[in-house]
Write a protein that binds this ligand. Sequence first.
Ligand SMILES: Cc1cc2nc3c(=O)[nH]c(=O)nc-3n(C[C@H](O)[C@H](O)[C@H](O)COP(=O)(O)O)c2cc1C
Length: 364
Amino acid sequence: MSRSLPPLRIGQHTARYPIVQGAMAVRVSGARLAGSVAKTGGVGVISSLGLGLDSPYFDTHPKQGSFFIANQLALSDELKKARAISPNGVIGVNILVATKDYPAMAQTAAANGADLIITAAGLPLNLPAYTVDYPEVALVPMVCGLEAVQAICHTWQQQYDRLPDAFIVENSKVVGGHIGTTCEEFSGQIEPLIPQIQNYLQNHFHVEIPLIAAGGIWDSADVDRMLALGAKGVQVGTRFITTEECDADQRYKEFHLHADPADVTIVPSPVGKPARALRNAFAEKAISASTDLERRCIVNCLEICLCRDSRKTYCILQALANAARGDVENGLIFSGANVGRAERLLSVAEVMAELTGVREAVSV
Ligand SMILES: Cc1cc2nc3c(=O)[nH]c(=O)nc-3n(C[C@H](O)[C@H](O)[C@H](O)COP(=O)(O)O)c2cc1C
């Protein structure tokens, strides 16, 4: 197999292949995965959520604010490590708008060499203000509907005289993790959404902003289908978990490897939105709101949190970190609906070859 795919241009940055690796918290997509994807021609993305937790900078009996400082230092380290793996590749950082330190993390990412900042879990209406000194950093909001695109474009143009450099458009029916804050829950259809958003951008702003389709992408046929709809690239999350370079513990990868679509369930989350995850002891407890479910807020990380504010549910950071460290029964294992197709762990280069249909190894 040998074919050519168009590169993906986002602001001043060009990835050789139109493949963005989805951010995966906590430390499922760290420097190793992101650097490896960037090195093989895709866009590698570090998830910034909770990076401070397993860093040398975090005091386990933190004083107010020490977790946030640890997060910034750990993000700076993670960017350096990813850059060492791929000196010339395109590397992004994903930041959740719903976290308290989102402005500080956006500044840290920009100041430490991130090529892109991707936001999720909220509308990044003030993001340009946080990166104003770094015009080379591309800004890429993740959305799952036209309303979010309208709100962001309108505000950014009025207040900052700029528009996003790309949008990631999520298919809420299949994506792993939280189902976007502005989604019509479970009714998302990506097929009409891509041309709808494109038309809106053309008609109102006379620009073509690249759209990147996320959710359920497994191989080059899926990539072709999204490009045929008008997307300029795809974002792939779940498929990269079963890679050698994924930053999660081996037991986490094995759990994914042995799961199938019947194991995928919807779990309530302290951010007040449902999330797609694999069924395990933890998910069962969260779904049934069992009295056994630990409800201790560990670092006060979210602006709005049902664990901290009402003890209604668990701490998302603790649950995701437990899983990524390998406690696959007492941790929360996010997953897209598209699980169960991997037969063994592959290298990132092998996954990139299957996604692009281009066999030759690349090194950027
Ligand atoms: C384990 C896991 C963790 C995730 N964590 C994040 C995150 O921290 N931030 C984010 O914007 N999206 C997150 N996502 C969503 C992915 O980045 C991606 O958009 C989505 O999974 C794409 O769909 P796919 O998994 O079907 O390829 C996560 C997904 C998974 C599976």
